[in-house]
Ligand binder design. Structure first.
Ligand code: TXA
Ligand code: MG
Length: 321
């Protein structure tokens, strides 16, 4: 059931409680409406990908209260701080290496070592982040492949039944998404042109923005070194062989494994949203235990299964280095 509430103080408090409980809330920003989840809860973030029907885990923008909150999440070079001082709050998203102690979950970052941060200027967005007291992960609140919504009604058209609450704050004044600048290379890269003009950014930086590499245009955020586990993954396994650990789904592999085999089950009940929420943490767990070989159960290629299989295929691809 999707509740649509006019964005007053009581509705914002209710929305923050919904986020804290792992729910999804659509809210207005000065650019477009966002589909938000508590960025620190992988399970909640998995529901975003499910609601949007995203074919892969595209990394999400974490919306934070202010520059101080942003600095807890990312290692911002001086040039990024200059832009933040000039344009936050506002329609600028900064991508930078994630801080080791950052709170934005790995699923929101799609397993990347970087994080995208933005301090929105819209009063409703700002009040919601303040009420939650944590970053809000939010892509535009449309189905994958549809245009970004600028009214609560647009959001309801695309996501009714998939989002718990829509905060109606009237028309989003901008209509164009934020400009995304990455500080992960030697010089700043314009990943996405948007509501903030390139010229204004270059004026503050005192240098030209570089164009992204071709791969970054084809699959934004996916070309950078995604998290590749040290362990070798054997996909579509029907049994666990000697020397392997197991990454199970729905208990299939574990049921057939020798006793004593180390196994993690992405979702014992076969729930793809739960599986997505556990994926990155479990891959890291194998590495933390020094496990070298992992048999991975078949994951159905429906719903979030498509994105999970996409990540597993990347993680199991032969290394070039
Ligand atoms: O105006 C906006 O930016 C809106 C409002 C809701 O804030 N949000 C928005 O989000 O447009 P979305 O998910 O539709 O687009 C975010 C873009 C994606 O293309 C994603 O690939 C890129 O940001 N992105 C996020 N994190 C990234 C990262 N670590 N590296 C590279 N690209 C990243
Ligand atoms: Mg979008």
């Amino acid at each position: 059931m999707t509740l649509i509430l006019s964005a007053g103080a009581a509705a914002i408090a209710q929305a923050a409680a919904t986020l804290r409980d792992g729910g999804l809330v659509a809210f207005p920003t000065e650019t477009v409406y966002g589909l938000g989840a508590d960025a620190t809860q992988a399970w909640a973030v998995a529901r975003i990908y499910d609601a949007k029907d995203r074919p892969s885990f595209n990394p999400l923008i974490a919306h934070v209260a202010d520059l101080e909150a942003a600095r807890r999440e990312a290692l911002l070079p001086q040039t990024a701080l200059d832009l933040a001082h000039a344009f936050w709050p506002g329609p600028l998203t900064i991508v930078a290496p994630a801080a080791p102690e950052g709170s934005v979950c790995e699923l929101a970052r799609a397993g990347l070592p970087s994080v995208a941060l933005r301090v929105p200027a819209h009063p409703v967005a700002h009040a919601l982040i303040a009420a939650l007291g944590r970053p809000i992960a939010a892509p535009s609140a449309n189905r994958s492949g549809h245009v970004s919504p600028v009214t609560a009604a647009h959001v309801a058209d695309d996501l009714s039944g998939k989002v718990d609450l829509i905060l109606d704050g009237g028309r989003a004044p901008g209509g164009l998404e934020s400009t995304i600048v990455s500080f992960c290379e030697a010089s700043p890269v314009l990943l996405r042109p948007g509501a903030l003009a390139r010229e204004a950014i270059e004026k503050i930086l005192g240098e030209k923005l570089t164009a992204p590499a071709r791969a970054e245009i084809l699959a934004p955020g996916m070309s950078a070194a995604h998290y590749a586990p040290a362990a070798r993954l054997r996909l579509e396994a029907h049994e666990v062989v000697e020397g392997e650990a197991a990454l199970d789904f729905g208990g299939r592999l574990t049921a057939r494994a020798e006793p004593g085999v180390f196994a993690l089950d992405l979702s014992p009940s076969g729930d793809l949203v739960e599986a997505a929420a556990n994926l990155f943490a479990y891959l890291r767990e194998f590495d933390a235990r020094g496990i070298e070989n992992v048999a991975v159960a078949h994951i159905p290629e429906r719903g979030l299964g498509e994105a999970i299989n996409d990540r597993l295929r990347r993680a199991s691809a032969p290394r070039l280095d």
